[in-house]
Ligand binder design. Structure first.
Ligand SMILES: C[S@@+](CC[C@H](N)C(=O)[O-])C[C@H]1O[C@@H](n2cnc3c(N)ncnc32)[C@H](O)[C@@H]1O
Ligand code: SF4
Length: 441
């Protein structure tokens, strides 16, 4: 376990992606199921975020550590969409009066669904969850192999205004070495179709640090990406877990990734993009849904689907029974066969006391390039974070954070590139202990 920041920084800069706090490995079964109605009744439900998880893909990429299965039987996909519909009915009834300001369908690869299946999904969103996809910010994930012009037109007409696609690399041999064989012609064709369909926000995901990549080939991928002028670009350092098939690429791998990160960052910064976080870059002058969500920092997220999480201010919970304990197929199987009544309860997750809510706010803010406004923190929690968290002084002392004239504390470029160790270093002792126990099991 990391105790000092210098230890964290001397070690591996890519320890783990702090996707959210508390981490899912800190979740446990609740002593007894908690009715969703009870969880949500005291929350502000005027501008919720609805996330729907589609855990299917046309192939399983060698590097991917997401909750998804490849080439499911059609029966399973249909059964899953029916289960989503049942879950949506129960969840909406428990929420009562509620409005959604943001909607995201992620995966896996939601564009794996055929149009008739998308019809079913949209009917659930509109008729069961009472969302208005055309009136709100609506993001949808696709992959090069699963998009067609007609699917894209369909999505646009149904209100999708942000499309996110994984490209990873524009070099065929690199994609192949990552365990994601794809033809460049197919990738370019997909990107052309997306551009022609005119979504408000177009996002491209890239991965750096693969075994066969070089600084030159990375720059080539970035150059080809910019030809499409996407509003957003995510640069992901390659993370490989033992079970995903690729082995660790040697001791210099960390330095190699850091070098590629800096190259990518500088290239995008000098070509009209600004940095939003370690991974996210955005075309200057464009306001994205992520940005809007950040401003509000609302923790009202409702998740639907086998791998989805939901967040109220005080409780985070996951739909699945036991995270990663069973195989993905087993968890999806359980999800589709569940007694619909059970969707009305949260069974697995974590309660956040006031201190953990503060810490979550702090971590989220610090990992965003806008940083933490001391004033807003004071207004929300009634105290100065600099009095509360000694780590912030250490970040300042080491030049990893700075405090500006408006009392905004943010990571410096040296801090941002160390986001992955800094995030977990800010976790509380009790959350770290829960995560540790989980790993030991
Ligand atoms: C849900 S996927 C993207 C959509 C779609 N399934 C596709 O692959 O085109 C989200 C992104 O996470 C990134 N990702 C997944 N596993 C990763 C890993 N092990 N290391 C780094 N990035 C990873 C990839 O860039 C991927 O595009
Ligand atoms: S990267 Fe995308 S397509 Fe590949 S397995 Fe992961 S979610 Fe599926």
């Amino acid at each position: 376990m990391i105790t000092t920041l210098s230890e964290a920084l001397q070690g591996n800069p890519y320890q783990g992606y702090a996707y959210s706090y508390p981490h899912k490995t800190a979740y446990r079964a609740f002593p007894s199921p908690i009715p969703l109605q009870q969880l949500w009744s005291a929350e502000n439900r005027e501008a919720l975020f609805l996330y729907v998880h589609i855990p299917f893909c046309e192939m399983r990429c060698g590097f991917c550590n997401l909750f998804t299965m490849s080439n499911p039987k059609e029966d399973l996909v249909i059964a899953y969409l029916h289960a989503l519909e049942r879950q949506a009915g129960m969840v909406k009834a428990a929420l009562g009066e509620a409005a959604f300001a943001r909607l995201a369908v992620g995966g896996g690869t939601p564009s794996f669904l055929e149009e008739a299946e998308l019809d079913k999904l949209f009917a659930t969103l509109e008729k069961k969850m009472m969302t208005q996809p055309e009136a709100i910010s609506f993001s949808f994930e696709v992959s090069p192999k699963t998009v067609t012009p007609s699917k894209l037109r369909y999505l646009r007409e149904r209100g999708v205004d942000r499309i996110s696609i994984g490209v990873q690399s524009f070099l065929e041999e690199e994609s192949k070495a990552l365990g994601r064989p794809q033809r460049n012609a197919e990738v370019h064709q997909a990107l052309e179709w997306i551009r022609q369909t005119d979504f408000r926000t177009f996002n491209i995901d890239l991965i750096y640090g693969g075994a066969t990549q070089t600084p030159q080939s990375w720059l080539l991928t970035l150059e080809k990406t910019l030809a499409y002028q996407p509003e957003e670009i995510y640069l992901y350092p390659l993370y490989v877990r033992p079970l995903t098939g690729l082995e660790k690429l040697g001791t210099d791998w960390d330095n190699f990734r850091l070098h590629l990160y800096r190259l990518g960052r500088d290239y995008l910064l000098s070509n009209g993009y600004e940095q939003v976080s370690m991974r996210m870059f955005r075309k200057k002058g464009v306001a994205t849904a992520e940005d809007i969500a950040y401003c509000c920092q609302e923790d009202g997220m409702v998740g639907l689907g086998a791998g989805a999480r939901s967040y109220t201010n005080a409780v985070h919970y996951a739909t699945e029974y036991a995270v990663g304990r069973k195989g993905i197929k087993g968890i999806i199987g359980d999800f589709v066969e569940r007694n619909p009544e059970s969707y009305r309860y949260a069974e697995y997750g974590i309660q956040l006391n006031e201190a953990e809510q503060q810490r979550r706010y702090l971590i989220k803010s610090m990992l965003h390039s806008q940083g933490l406004s001391l004033d807003r923190f004071r207004q929300r929690f009634g105290l100065n974070p600099l009095d509360q968290y000694s780590q912030l002084h250490e970040l300042l002392r080491l030049g990893l954070a700075r405090l500006d004239a408006e009392e905004r504390l943010s990571l410096t470029p040296a801090g941002l590139e160390r986001s992955d160790p800094i995030g977990p270093w800010l976790y509380s002792e009790s959350i770290l202990a829960l995560m540790h126990q989980y790993e030991l099991q």
